[in-house]
Design a protein around this ligand. Structure first.
Ligand code: AP5
Length: 214
């Protein structure tokens, strides 16, 4: 099964994609994560991408479409994949359709997760992650069980994303409503669109997503 998860920054796409991928044996493909890896290479392209992401804008369509085109051909996507953060505008959605058609594949379900803007800003401004394994935490909602120690790998260093501050979150939200939200209409017309509320606790959102997929 191939799934698109989309929704505004902080609504829980990444959190839910990890759970879904583990529960259904699908590959989680996050363009945000792939771009952050590209930034870490320190290449010229990586430096340009870093500046765009730090400012909250969208990276060029050609770069992200190219990344996804390479990635969905890998063997670990053979059982299906979850796209998290892609497509983000109409050009990317159309490119994805063409790409999948050329490979005899298709998207089976599109899940739009929605949430309340104030809560999204709060979620993102409090988010931090383990510097070693990348596990996600939040200063108010999800602290490590033992203060300063990652629950999953025991590391003691944590990081914050450069774009996780109140000012940049507002720019990211604006970009979402301007460029990505119109895809709700696009996927409604194509069929297979489901909407899920991202505001309840993580487990409840996961149950609701699984219910619409089943
Ligand atoms: P990306 O990494 O995709 O960021 P985003 O879309 O802004 O989404 P986030 O990762 O911030 O939030 P999320 O919805 O995954 O929520 P999460 O589960 O982490 O993109 C970053 C940048 O990369 C973009 O701005 C752009 O520059 C570039 N980019 C990426 N894709 C691109 C593309 N296709 N084209 C062009 N540019 C692209 O949860 C957030 C927090 O809330 C966490 O702390 C979590 O623990 C907590 N939380 C989650 N669910 C719940 C819940 N139910 N209750 C309470 N807390 C919760």
């Amino acid at each position: 099964m191939n799934i698109i998860l989309f929704g505004p920054p902080g609504v829980g796409k990444g959190t839910q994609a990890v759970l879904l991928a583990a529960g259904r044996g699908l590959k989680h493909l996050s363009t945000g994560e792939m771009l952050r890896e590209l930034v870490k290479t320190g290449s010229e392209v990586g430096k340009r991408v870093d500046m765009i992401m730090t400012g909250g804008g969208f990276v060029s369509d050609d770069i992200v479409i190219g990344i996804i085109a390479d990635r969905i051909d890998q063997p670990d996507c053979a059982n299906g994949f979850i796209l998290d953060g892609f497509p983000r505008n109409l050009k990317q959605a159309v490119a994805l359709d063409e790409l999948l058609r050329s490979k005899g594949k298709a998207i089976d379900r599109v899940i739009e997760i929605h949430g309340e803007e104030r809560a999204l800003v709060e979620r993102i401004s409090g988010r931090f992650s383990c510097a070693n394994c990348g596990a996600n935490y939040h200063g108010a909602f999800k602290l490590p069980k033992l203060t300063g120690v990652c629950d999953y790998c025991g590391a003691t260093k944590f990081t914050r994303r450069a774009d996780d501050n109140v000012e940049t979150v507002r720019v990211r939200l604006m970009a979402y409503y301007r460029e990505t939200a119109p895809l709700i209409g696009y996927y409604f017309c194509k069929g297979g669109l489901e909407s899920v509320d991202g505001m309840p606790p993580v487990d409840e959102v996961a149950r609701n997503i699984n219910a619409v997929l089943d």
